[in-house]
Design a protein around this ligand. Sequence first.
Ligand code: EPU
Length: 357
Amino acid sequence: MSESDSFTVETDKCLQALNSLALPAKASHFCTLSEFHHIKQALDFAKTNDLNVIPLGAGSNIVLASNLTGLVLSLKLLGITEQKDNRSNNDTVDVTFGAGENWHNAVIYTLKKGWYGLENLSLIPGNTGAAAIQNIGAYGVELADMLVSLKAVDIESGALLNLMNEDCKFGYRDSIFKQSLKDKCIITEITLRLTKTPMVNLDYPALREYFSESTKLPSPMLVSDAVCDIRRSKLPDPKELPNVGSFFKNPIVSAETLGRIHKEHSAPDIDLPQYLQDDGNIKIPAAWLVEYCKLKGFRHGSVGVHKDQALVLVNYNDVEGSDSAREILQLAEEIQRTIKTEFGIDLEVEPRIYGSV
Ligand code: EPU
């Protein structure tokens, strides 16, 4: 039996290296799932020992507020496969990714193969399975635009689930896995439909600006490089400065609310960016609201608001004995209070919070 074939449960496992905010919570029980058959073993173990099952991806979108009681499953199912029999036509390719594949590596793999569509989603931290939970999105593209279907295992019954795109109920940073299927299943693989003809999307202002001097349309690989450049210039690398990317969703407000904000903040002087949604509502950048309230770069104890992106909370982790989980949640609450007072808007926390402080 090879090492990856064995299934072992560790107790009192420190998760600090397994969450990108570097919070020092422990899991009462922990196991790594690198083979599909480990899932059944893990679910049986949890049932026998009356433990909650807590699936964990790369830990890049979670806040571990306290120690976790339950069986934490570290998902490492790998593999990237072209679905030859499932090709809709010669110009597209369906590709299946094991849920434990690193997202950015998967993007680069597809681009090198000449399969396009994921370039705008380059450098997003995390694994492919978790990408479907929050419907990752950046630079005008969302995972839901490419996802054909995914497979999952029902935690309660162990049954295999096959969900098509429309079953996943994708929305902005939202899916059925954050709603009615929350904590109910383990995503094992996702299948995406990519194109073989390069078709780049430069709609997002920062990307358009990046290529404003170019006379010809950039290749998808160049778009990927540009996205990496833009992200690196604004977003801290979690390995150097622990963070979970955007800590809040961008709020979607009605035209009336936007009108009121403009009125109360002496329009037309404020330059609040606006993104019109299909239903007539308007998405506005939470980062702009936070910066307007002079909280960009604000530091409190061992945590703070990043100096280059006001939507990113960072854990400096440099004050001995500090409780960074408590501090980060207190800072988030303070930001929410400030935005509510100043703009009457409720900011919604984006990462999943486990436990409480
Ligand atoms: N802005 C500020 N201050 C800042 C940063 C931004 O005022 O400190 C304003 C600027 O006007 C800018 C606008 O906000 O034009 C948008 O900023 P940016 O392009 O950086 O995007 P964002 O709305 O802050 C969202 C996603 C990011 C994604 C980018 C690019 C959410 C919650 N966040 O951020 O996703 O990379 O767009 O598409 O939707 C993540 O989810 O972790 C994440 C990083």
